[in-house]
Design a binder for this molecule. Structure first.
Ligand SMILES: *Cc1c(COP(=O)(O)O)cnc(C)c1O
Length: 452
């Protein structure tokens, strides 16, 4: 038995409570079309869902996927009995209040006592809002992000018709400040995107140096921490990453994805602005929406109209159980992921079959199997990936510039500019105790791949 089964029981009790709160209404049972076939179709649905990688299992150590907390699962489902729409208070009074509270806790995690912010469908929409605001405040100016930043920044800039330029990344995958400075000297840059936790290798851009450049050049600073934002709470970061996280509150806007490290089901991103006055940029006149409030409601500070109140309810409940504070149970989960990544990288470094280009900054580990050239390494990575998957260990692959191995593997024959590496996101706390099993499968797959 691998799937948790706490959520349905907890949900049933809460549903009785919710039902009781509406007991004053005249008796009513909603018609359920197809009721007699429902169970059969649901079981058929389960059969279809079985065709998946086991994201919930510790042997899934590939992409950035992790199961929601059982409470988030139950709270999300519970909210669907009301099915609130967090566009406006008319559509979701309680869930809008819960969204404001949950988002304020995320802002407080970054040191902000005042902010403007809301949940979005994910990090892409959240980044779109941040860049949209940047474009409004600095019309026609260029958005820059590193070559290791999330690919959507360039595309979003295109959608917003804002000029976009890439800044080089250094050999650790971090934004290169010398390259940024050269671009700033040429002028025309309105907004710099710093990524705190790149999606590919978990690199933390050097925020202290970027802030020094901001003092001189006065650009808007957006921090994309869709994946890495919660690591602000981790007590076991290396000094450079710690220094960056300590200054995250200096940004003008921040994006964080509760559906990545925040134990939420998909459909939960968050954008935060340091200056609440940017709310004026969202101003619109809608004849439909605001009848019950004179305050700026969530629908007036969001580009999306309808939004799931259930996402806010699930996040609120999860943060009530596991507050996002340093030293708390939630923070300990992140620390365990990070320890797993450090231990795993340490074992790989001590194993002559592998090369680790740099130490993990968060919980993503990247490594390459030794072979005669970059092209042979790439082919071998692919074989190990396939053989490990046959033994139920699911890793990921990533194509990176061969230059990341300059320090760790100076005599690598770079017969091609990029190299396919193995990659693991150890984002489940259980990964720490499963490392022996993970390593044993990786080791056997590597032996089989090199001998075949
Ligand atoms: C995942 C991610 C995004 C995109 O977020 P979605 O929730 O997938 O839309 C943006 N930036 C970074 C750094 C990410 O890791």
């Amino acid at each position: 038995m691998a799937l948790e089964k706490l959520a349905p029981g907890a949900l049933k009790a809460a549903l009785e409570e919710l039902d009781r709160l509406f007991a004053h209404l005249p008796e009513f049972q909603a018609a359920v079309p197809g009721e007699d076939r429902m169970q059969a179709v649901l079981c058929e649905t389960a059969t279809r869902l079985g065709d998946n990688f086991p994201y919930f299992h510790p042997l899934y150590a590939g992409q950035m996927l992790k199961p929601p907390h059982p409470l988030a699962r139950a709270a999300y489902a519970l909210a669907t009995w009301i099915n609130p729409n967090n566009h406006a208070l008319d559509g979701g009074r309680a869930s809008s209040a819960m969204e404001k509270e949950a988002v304020a806790e995320l802002a407080a995690m970054f040191g902000w006592s005042r902010h403007l912010g809301h949940l979005t469908s994910g990090g892409t929409m959240a980044n779109l809002e941040a860049l949209w605001v940047a474009g409004q405040l600095q019309p026609g100016k260029t958005i820059v992000a590193s070559s290791q930043a999330h690919y959507t920044h360039e595309r979003i800039s295109g959608v917003l018709r804002l000029p976009f330029a890439k800044v080089d990344a250094d050999d650790h995958g971090r934004l290169d400040c010398q390259s940024l400075e050269r671009q700033l000297d040429q002028g025309g840059i309105g907004c710099v995107v710093a990524t705190l936790g790149t999606t590919g290798v978990g690199a933390v851009d050097p925020l202290p140096e970027i802030l020094k450049l901001r003092d001189r050049h006065g650009f808007r600073l957006h921090v994309d921490s869709a994946y890495g934002g919660y690591f602000r709470l981790a007590g076991n970061l290396a000094p450079a990453a710690r220094a960056a996280y300590d200054l995250i509150g200096e940004a003008d806007s921040i994006v964080i994805d509760p559906h990545k490290h925040g134990l939420q089901p998909y459909g939960c991103g968050c954008v935060l602005f340091r200056d609440p006055a940017v709310g004026r940029l969202y101003k619109h006149e809608s004849p439909y929406t605001y009848f019950s409030s004179h305050e700026l409601h969530l629908g007036e500070i969001s580009l999306e109209c309808s939004r799931p109140g259930a996402s806010a309810v699930a996040l609120w409940a999860t943060q009530r159980l596991l507050p996002p504070v340093p030293g708390g149970e939630f923070a300990q989960g992140l620390e365990a992921s990070r320890r797993a990544a450090l231990t795993f990288a340490g074992r790989l470094k001590a194993d002559s079959r592998f090369v680790v280009p740099f130490d993990p900054e968060l919980d993503i580990v990247v490594w390459a199997p030794r072979a005669a050239s970059a092209s042979k390494v790439s082919a071998l990575s692919q074989r190990i990936f396939d053989l490990a998957a046959e033994q139920q260990l699911h890793l990921a692959l990533i194509r990176l510039p061969a230059s990341i191995f300059r320090a760790a593997w100076p005599d690598l024959d770079a017969d091609q500019p990029t190299i396919v590496c193995l990659r693991s996101v150890l984002m489940k706390p259980e990964h720490e105790t499963w490392l022996d099993r993970i390593y044993a499968i990786l080791s056997a797959a590597t032996d089989a791949a090199t001998s075949s």
